[in-house]
Design a protein around this ligand. Sequence first.
Ligand code: ADP
Length: 172
Amino acid sequence: MPARIHSIQGDITSLELDAIVNAANSTLLGGGGVDGAIHRAAGPELLEECRRLGGCPSGEARISGAYRLKARRIIHTVGPVWRGGAYRERELLASCYEHSLQLATRNGLRSIAFPSISTGVYGFPLELAAPIAVKSVLQFTDGRDDIGEVVFCCFSAHDLALYQQVLRAART
Ligand code: ADP
């Protein structure tokens, strides 16, 4: 069965999936945006575990428990800060999606939700980031059956409209 890949508007902390992805910073010690929301919702035990992970370079991912969340695990990935596009930002963003999915499959996690990595405080233009997100996920899931569902969890209606357009375009 091919993976069901779709986009929704909502708060990623409320999703009941095997894994949710956090757009973390390289310290893994919490921050603003979706990172802050995940730490608040999961509880202080998450920070304790994250301290032991020892950070994460941009483009890679780490896994932790999900504590008070309904998801089973949290995958923390560190997106690139947008610096105009000449600093491997696109490649690093794609790598975030790939590494997160790789970690999910290695841990037997079949359903996963992504926020729009790097497009908040990190300033990656959404119009460039969404096609990279969709392409990376489609490429990773193509021909394999260990991922059943991938959700692009958009915080705003504007983001959702763009992801829906990109997903439609990718399928035609
Ligand atoms: P980054 O530092 O990687 O840019 P941000 O957290 O600033 O990360 O933003 C990434 C995306 O996550 C933005 O589109 C932001 O609107 C969105 N976001 C913020 N809070 C939530 C949440 N609770 N659920 C889903 N997405 C969220």
